[in-house]
Structures are given as structure tokens and as C-alpha cells.
Ligand binder design. Structure first.
Ligand code: HEM
Length: 204
């Protein structure tokens, strides 16, 4: 599914260690993951996706390049999952330190992280530990992502990346945008985990 060379490969290689670090902040595959961990994961992802998707949706260049960010939003899926678990998404805090969406290469770097995560989502969905597996089909719309369309959506995104990122400068800028998107997500996930820990200590 993944291109063997070119800008997409550069994005993957240029963010590989950050992907690994991000994985450490997602606990829902842990053997002892709880429903609370899963709720927190959804809440944190919603807090990051909603403002970032707003920024992407306002980027005219992306649309002109053939990628329609408004149609690619995953936050409605997060809203559905949160509501299915009795949460009010409107009451959740948004991340105020999402990466800037400026030039087209940078916007593509940001989009790369959110689009690529749909590939990982399918994998996570299949591997949920037994205590979370009953959520499948009930509160797993975000993990399911584009569902059967995942491959097609990824290939369409890849085609835009390959059309636009044709200079080393553009490629480097996209990688910088993707790295920043991972880095800020990691900071956000870490802060959410700390906040949850503090709330727990206060309550006990
Ligand atoms: C437990 C957490 C995670 C696991 C186990 C995981 C797993 C995976 C797997 C297996 C793939 C490859 C899928 C394929 O090639 O079909 C993948 C791709 C990817 N994931 Fe994750 N992921 C996790 C978290 C995340 C997070 C939090 C993000 C960022 C929002 C993310 C972003 C990406 C990206 C950008 C790709 C595409 C890499 C490429 O260029 O091929 N992942 N992930």
C-alpha cells in the first residue's frame, strides 16, 4: 500500500521515530486498557483533530491541489463515538497548540499524519484487547475511519503528494510539517495523560 520511494517514503522515513513515540502515548492496545483509557483516547484525539481539521479546511491550496480536507474530516467520527459512550464532545477542551497550516507542502505534511493514521486505525481496531473488543461497531467509527475506502482514500492522497512535492525544498517542508504535527500531538497526549492522573490523585 505504501510507495517504495519518492515524497511519501520521505514522509514515512522522516517521521518514523515520532510515530513510534506517538504509539507509546496510545494505551488502548495495552492488555489492561480500560474503557476510561478508550474514552480519554477519543477525547484527546477529538481535541487535536477538530481545530486542526478546521485549519486544513480553510486551506484553499489543498482543495485546488485535489485534496478536499472538508470531506476528509474524522472529527465527526470522533463525535459519534464519544456520544455513543455518553460523552458531550462540546464540553471537551481543544488543543490550542496545533501546528500552523501555512504553505501547501506544509499543509500536506499535516494532512499526511491525519490520513496515515487511518491506516493505523484499522490495525488498532483489529487488535483491541478483549475487554474493549465489544465496542467494535458501537463506538469505533474513528478507528474504522474510511472503512473499505481506506486504501482508495490513501492512494488518492498519495497521488496529490506525488504531484505537489516535486522539489527537494517542497519535500523538506512537508516533512517538517509532518514532524511538527506528530510532535505537537505527542505533547498534547502527554498533557492529557498528566491531567487525567492529577484528577485521579485529587479524587482519591
Ligand atoms: C497504538 C498506536 C498506533 C499503532 C499501533 C499504529 C500502527 C500503525 C500501523 C500498523 C501502520 C501501517 C499501516 C499500513 O501500512 O497499512 C501505521 C501507519 C501510520 N500511522 Fe500509526 N499507529 C498508532 C498510532 C498513530 C498515531 C497516534 C498517529 C498520528 C495521528 C499515527 C500516524 C500514522 C501514519 C502517518 C501512518 C502512515 C505511515 C506511512 O507513511 O506508511 N499512528 N500505524
Amino acid at each position: 500500500m505504501i510507495a517504495g520511494h519518492g515524497p511519501l517514503r520521505r514522509l514515512k522515513d522522516g517521521t518514523a521515530e515520532l510515530h513510534q513515540e506517538a504509539e507509546l502515548h496510545v494505551r488502548i492496545l495495552d492488555a489492561d486498557a480500560t474503557l476510561t483509557d478508550y474514552r480519554r483516547y477519543l477525547a484527546a484525539m477529538f481535541g487535536y483533530h477538530a481545530p486542526l481539521e478546521d485549519a486544513l479546511a480553510g486551506h484553499e491550496g489543498l482543495r485546488r491541489a485535489g485534496f478536499d480536507p472538508a470531506r476528509r474530516r474524522k472529527s465527526p467520527l470522533l463525535v459519534a463515538d464519544l456520544r455513543a459512550l455518553g460523552e458531550d464532545p462540546g464540553a471537551l477542551p481543544p488543543c490550542v497548540a496545533v501546528p500552523p497550516v501555512t504553505t501547501l507542502p506544509r499543509a500536506l505534511g499535516v494532512a499526511y499524519v491525519l490520513e496515515g493514521a487511518t491506516l493505523g486505525g484499522r490495525y488498532i481496531l483489529a487488535k483491541l484487547p478483549p475487554q474493549l473488543a465489544p465496542l467494535r461497531g458501537r463506538a469505533t467509527a474513528f478507528l474504522a475511519g474510511y472503512g473499505a475506502q481506506t486504501g482508495a482514500c490513501w492512494r488518492a492522497f498519495a497521488a496529490v503528494v506525488e504531484r505537489v512535492l516535486v522539489t527537494p525544498e517542497a519535500e523538506a517542508e512537508a516533512v517538517a510539517g509532518a514532524r511538527e504535527t506528530f510532535a505537537r500531538l505527542i505533547d498534547w497526549l502527554a498533557a492529557q495523560t498528566r491531567a487525567a492522573g492529577a484528577a485521579l490523585r485529587e479524587a482519591s
